[in-house]
Ligand binder design. Structure first.
Ligand code: ADP
Ligand code: MG
Length: 471
């Protein structure tokens, strides 16, 4: 791979997307754009990045496996045709799946595994897509909710007066809750307000890799000098420094220098700083010198607002019941919420039907909303919901009554326990008056037969599931 170029300082910059790859990609996307709507293009092709060109194979990175599968399923033929017309009969695309284009690379060791000579440090923005700010992450499209109000306020505040207060700003919280978005928004805001600022966004793994490479090429001094010259350093996912002693040492020097010069440092972490294990105490202390703010999972209203915000950007109308359904079922991760919405938009484009609840149910299933929910349903809840549904007393389901109506309800409850909980057949049996696993198997068989032969009953089962899954 030839991923290098020289800048005027004589240091080598890693250019993540080679120029050739970029050119081929542009020709390719021109062809794709002729064949599909802007919306589809923006949803499915815009997030893809060209990486390199190797003979007649163009290497690209896609944000997730779902993308890859959907693109192949829906546009496979068109994609192949377009590639061949740009690169000739042998033209091929090779996909890398990068789960988060901005902060991927979950390297946990101080090692590197490619042979390019890659130190990306340079004082311009010429250093490859991964290291520059992603302009799509702004304050305007960040929804403020109870879960992130302090983080949001702190981010706005330091953006207006970088380096003057709250230094460093540390944002912590779980995966997919908006840390990267907020940090990038800070960078974009400062960049737009003062063109001269040199701002660097980099993730913990990337910093580590880059540092290790600077050792390899004997350029630690230049590496640190570059970081010490920044006006704003945004370092995402510092938990990746855990256990990496020399990376921590180097960062310690950089931190001290920037701090003394009153240059803004923004950090993020997936847990509160005091829970970082394998990070030197002197760093943890410094991380807490400024302000630490957390981001929590969003509540229902915020999740709905985020869905609407994304729709506004895409120019999509989302019926309220659909937004609510998605937001009820996908709770813990905004990335999944977004993925679900994208798949929904895609479905609607493909079927040329307006977005509706049935489509939403399919998308939610695909994005694991129901699966996540399954873990929370317990046997007692199922017994109570089923008893209620059939207008029976709960205790009757647990007793050994042979009355037809009760047996039927009991079988239904056992079947749902098997479908929706991770409990063993034995445990399920135990909840129904100490029955054994063979009885549960028999119950499940009866219900499966009834479902396949009787569509009214099948609908009833769906109805009960719905009650349970949206409870
Ligand atoms: P993290 O870095 O915490 O893992 P990200 O910042 O990558 O999470 O967020 C995941 C996705 O969710 C991104 O596409 C981001 O735009 C979106 N997102 C997160 N929080 C919000 C929010 N409050 N408003 C709008 N979008 C959000
Ligand atoms: Mg992140």
């Amino acid at each position: 791979m030839n991923l290098q170029n020289l800048n005027t300082d004589g240091y080598t910059d890693k250019v993540v997307a080679s120029q050739e790859a970029e050119n081929v990609w542009n020709q390719f996307t021109e062809l794709i754009k002729l064949n599909i709507s802007d919306l589809k293009y923006n949803t499915w092709f815009r997030p893809i990045k060209p990486v390199s060109l190797n003979g007649s194979t163009l290497h690209i990175s896609v944000p997730s496996k779902d993308y890859y599968e959907m693109i192949i399923a829906r546009f496979g033929e068109m994609v192949i045709k377009a590639v061949k017309s740009v690169l000739g009969e042998n033209g091929k695309l090779s996909y890398e799946i990068i789960s988060d284009m901005v902060d991927n690379n979950p390297e946990t060791n101080e090692t590197y595994n490619d042979d390019t000579e890659p130190s990306h440090y340079s004082s311009n923005d010429n250093c490859g897509t991964r290291y520059v700010l992603n302009q799509e992450y702004t304050f305007d499209n960040f929804v403020k909710g109870k879960n992130n109000e302090f983080a949001y306020a702190a981010a706005i505040s330091i953006s207006n007066r970088p380096g003057a207060q709250y230094n460093p700003l540390l944002i912590y919280g779980g995966v997919g809750l908006g840390k990267t978005h907020l940090m990038q928004a800070i960078g974009n805001y400062i960049k737009n307000c003062s063109q001269k600022s040199s701002i660097m966004y980099i993730s913990g793994p990337e910093f580590t890799t880059s540092f290790v490479q600077s050792i390899r090429y004997n350029r630690v001094h230049e590496f640190e000098k570059f970081y010490k010259s920044l006006d704003v350093l945004i370092l995402d996912d510092v938990q990746f420094f855990e256990g990496k002693v020399s990376t921590q040492d180097s960062f310690f020097q950089i931190f001290n220098s920037l701090y003394q010069l009153k240059k803004q440092i923004v950090l993020s972490c997936d847990k509160p700083p005091h829970e970082l294990v394998g990070l030197e105490e002197r760093l943890i202390t410094r991380f807490q010198w400024g302000l630490s703010v957390d981001i929590q999972p969003p509540d229902l209203e915020t999740r709905i607002a985020i869905l609407y915000k994304k729709c506004e950007t895409e120019g999509i109308t989302l019926p309220y019941e659909v937004a609510e359904y998605i937001a009820i079922n996908i709770k813990d991760n905004i990335r999944s919420l977004e993925g679900c919405l994208k798949s929904l938009i895609f479905d609607s484009e493909m079927t040329k039907e307006p977005i509706n609840l049935d489509m939403a149910k399919r998308s939610v299933l695909k994005f694991g909303g129901i699966r996540n929910k399954r873990a929370n349903i317990d046997i007692s809840t199922i017994i109570s919901v089923v008893a209620n549904f059939f207008n029976l007393d709960e205790s009757l389901l647990r007793l050994k009554s042979k009355q037809q109506e009760i047996v039927h309800a009991r079988h239904t409850a056992m079947y749902l326990c098997k479908e929706l909980t991770g409990s063993s057949l034995q445990t399920i049996g135990a909840h129904f008056g100490g029955r054994n696993h063979a009885t549960v198997i028999h119950a499940c068989k009866c219900i499966e037969e009834a479902i396949s032969s009787n569509s009214t009953f099948k609908n009833k089962i769906e109805e009960i599931k719905e009650i349970l899954l949206t409870k």
